[in-house]
Design a protein around this ligand. Structure first.
Ligand SMILES: *Cc1c(COP(=O)(O)O)cnc(C)c1O
Length: 225
C-alpha cells in the first residue's frame, strides 16, 4: 500500500519534473517538511520509520513535549519552527529547533541575535513575509522586506537562509509565491519556504525550495485538547 507520505513525495517529484526549462528555478531540490502540529507521537514515529526527517511545529510547548524524546531515538532530525515566536521564548526555541522560519519583527530578530550569542548556538533562520498584507497575519510587510533583511543579515549577523510566507486563504496563491520569489532574488536569498497541502505543487512551480505539508501526509489534524 502506498502511504500518504509516498504520494506526496511522488507529487513533489512530478511538480519538479514539470518545471519548464524556461522557468528554471532553484527548486530543483525541494525539501518536504512534514508539519506535525497536533499529531500524536505514533503518527510521527510512523513517518520517521519511513525515513522522513524534516518536521515543522508551530508551538514551543507542544514541540518540547514531543521532540526531545524522538531525537534520542532517531538521528538526523531537522525541526523547524513555523509558528509565531514570543521574545521571551527565544532561549527555549533555540534549544528545541534547528531552524526558525518565523522572524517577523526587529525585536524578535534582536532577541535571537543576543541569545544565540549568549548560548553559543547558531540557528538557521527564515524571515516571514506577510505576503498578502493581511492585518491578522504575522510577517514583515513586503515593502519593508529589503530593510528588514538588511537589518537581520548585516547588522545582527543572523544566518538568514530565505523567506517564508502563507498566502491569503482562498486567493490564487501564484502571485503571492511569485512576489516572495522576487523579494528573495533581489536580496540574494536562495531558500523559499512556501506551499502547504492545498498548493504545494503550485509553490514548486513558482520556485519553492521547501514545502510545509501537514494534512496531506497525516490526514486531518486531531484538535488540541
Ligand atoms: C499548519 C501549517 C502548515 C500545514 O498546513 P496543511 O494545510 O495541513 O498542509 C503549513 N505551514 C504553516 C505555517 C502551518 O501553520
Amino acid at each position: 500500500m502506498t502511504s500518504k507520505l509516498e504520494t506526496v513525495l511522488h507529487n513533489i517529484r512530478t511538480a519538479i519534473d514539470n518545471i519548464g526549462v524556461e522557468k528554471k528555478t532553484t527548486a530543483r531540490d525541494v525539501t518536504l517538511m512534514a508539519v506535525s502540529k497536533t499529531q500524536p507521537i505514533d503518527a510521527i514515529t510512523s513517518l520517521l520509520d519511513q525515513g522522513q526527517r524534516v518536521f515543522g511545529e508551530n508551538k514551543i510547548q507542544e514541540a518540547a513535549g514531543k521532540w526531545p524524546i524522538l531525537r534520542t531515538k532517531y538521528p538526523g532530525i531537522a525541526l523547524h519552527l513555523i509558528g509565531p515566536l514570543q521574545s521571551n521564548k527565544v532561549r527555549q526555541a533555540l534549544q528545541l529547533f534547528d531552524v526558525i522560519e518565523t522572524i517577523d519583527r526587529p525585536k524578535l530578530a534582536r532577541a535571537i541575535a543576543r541569545i544565540s550569542a549568549e548560548e553559543n548556538i547558531t540557528c538557521d533562520c527564515y524571515i516571514q513575509i506577510n505576503i498578502g498584507r493581511e492585518a491578522q497575519k504575522s510577517g514583515i510587510d513586503p515593502d519593508q522586506a529589503d530593510d528588514f533583511i538588511a537589518l537581520c543579515r548585516d547588522e545582527l549577523k543572523l544566518s538568514i537562509e530565505g523567506l517564508m510566507c502563507i498566502p491569503p486563504a482562498g486567493d490564487d496563491p501564484k502571485p503571492y509565491f511569485t512576489l516572495l520569489r522576487q523579494i528573495a532574488a533581489r536580496n540574494g536569498l536562495k531558500k523559499l519556504s512556501m506551499g502547504m497541502s492545498g498548493d504545494y505543487q503550485t509553490a514548486i512551480a513558482c520556485g519553492a525550495t521547501s514545502v510545509r505539508v501537514g494534512t496531506a501526509i497525516f490526514g486531518p489534524r486531531t484538535p488540541p485538547t
